[in-house]
Design a protein around this ligand. Structure first.
Ligand SMILES: Cc1cc2nc3c(=O)[nH]c(=O)nc-3n(C[C@H](O)[C@H](O)[C@H](O)COP(=O)(O)O)c2cc1C
Length: 210
C-alpha cells in the first residue's frame, strides 16, 4: 500500500496529480470555446469539469496555471470577456478535441488547427462547436483561484444561459438516452474511454426492502 500524507512540501503535487487523474475518472471533457478581448478565437479541452448546481444551473471547469505560472488562454479570455461555450466531446470528436490541446500560438485558432467549425451562439460572443451534439452557452459567475504557482487550479463557474441539445439524443420523456450519446471520458495520461455499455441501477426504497 502506498500512503502519501500531504504536508507543506510544494513538490508533492507532482507525485499526487498523476495518481489522482488515474482514479478520479472517467472525467467528462468540456471543449471550451472563448474569445479574447481582441477577438482571438480559442478552443481547448478541460476534463476537470462538471455541473455543480441544478438551480441555478451552474457548470464548472478548472484550468491549472502553466508550468511558468501563467494562465492558459481559456482562463485569460474568460477573465477578459466573462463568457464561454462548452461543447460536449463524443467519440467522433475526441481526436479533434485532443488536437485542440496542442501548444499552438495564441493568434492561431484551435478551430482552424483541429478542423472543427465555429457557429454563432445565441447569447454569448464565443461560438458553439457545430460538430458537437450538445453545446452550453455560459456567463462567468465566479473564479476561485487555489494558488499562484504552477499547477494551481482555477475553478471557473459559469451560469448556463442557453443549452443546445440535438433532438435525436432525446427519448420520449425528453431525456438524453445514454445509448445515443457516445461521450468520451478522460482517464490518466493518454487514456480515454467511451460509454459503450451503459446499464441501469435503481436506488432502493428502504421501506420496500422490509
Ligand atoms: C482531454 C484533455 C483534458 C484536459 N483537461 C485539462 C484540465 O482539466 N485542466 C487543465 O488545466 N488542462 C487540461 N488539459 C490541458 C489543456 O487542454 C492544454 O493545456 C491546452 O493547451 C490549454 O489551452 P488554452 O491555453 O488554449 O486554454 C487537458 C488536455 C486534454 C487533451
Amino acid at each position: 500500500m502506498t500512503t502519501i500524507e500531504v504536508g507543506p512540501k510544494r513538490e508533492e503535487w507532482r507525485q499526487l496529480y498523476p495518481l489522482f487523474i488515474g482514479f478520479v475518472n472517467p472525467r467528462p471533457i468540456a471543449l471550451v470555446s472563448s474569445l479574447s478581448r481582441r477577438g482571438e478565437l480559442n478552443l481547448a479541452p478541460y476534463s476537470f469539469y462538471n455541473m455543480v448546481s441544478a438551480q441555478p444551473p451552474v457548470v464548472m471547469f478548472a484550468p491549472a496555471l502553466r508550468p511558468d505560472g501563467s494562465p492558459k488562454d481559456t482562463l485569460r479570455n474568460i477573465r477578459e470577456t466573462g463568457e464561454f461555450v462548452i461543447a460536449t466531446v463524443t467519440a467522433d470528436l475526441a481526436r479533434r478535441a485532443v488536437d485542440c490541446a496542442a501548444a499552438v500560438a495564441a493568434e492561431v485558432s484551435e478551430f482552424d488547427f483541429s478542423g472543427l467549425t465555429p457557429e454563432p451562439a445565441l447569447r454569448v460572443a464565443a461560438p458553439l462547436v457545430r460538430e458537437s451534439l450538445v453545446n452550453i452557452e455560459c456567463s462567468l459567475r465566479q473564479i476561485v483561484a487555489f494558488g499562484e504557482g504552477p499547477g494551481a487550479g482555477n475553478a471557473v463557474f459559469g451560469d448556463v444561459r442557453v443549452l443546445h441539445v440535438e433532438d435525436s439524443l432525446l427519448d420520449a420523456r425528453g431525456r438524453i438516452d445514454p445509448r445515443r450519446l457516445a461521450t468520451v471520458g478522460r482517464l490518466g495520461g493518454r487514456w480515454y474511454c467511451t460509454v459503450q455499455q451503459p446499464y441501469e441501477l435503481e436506488i432502493p426504497d428502504p421501506e420496500r426492502r422490509g
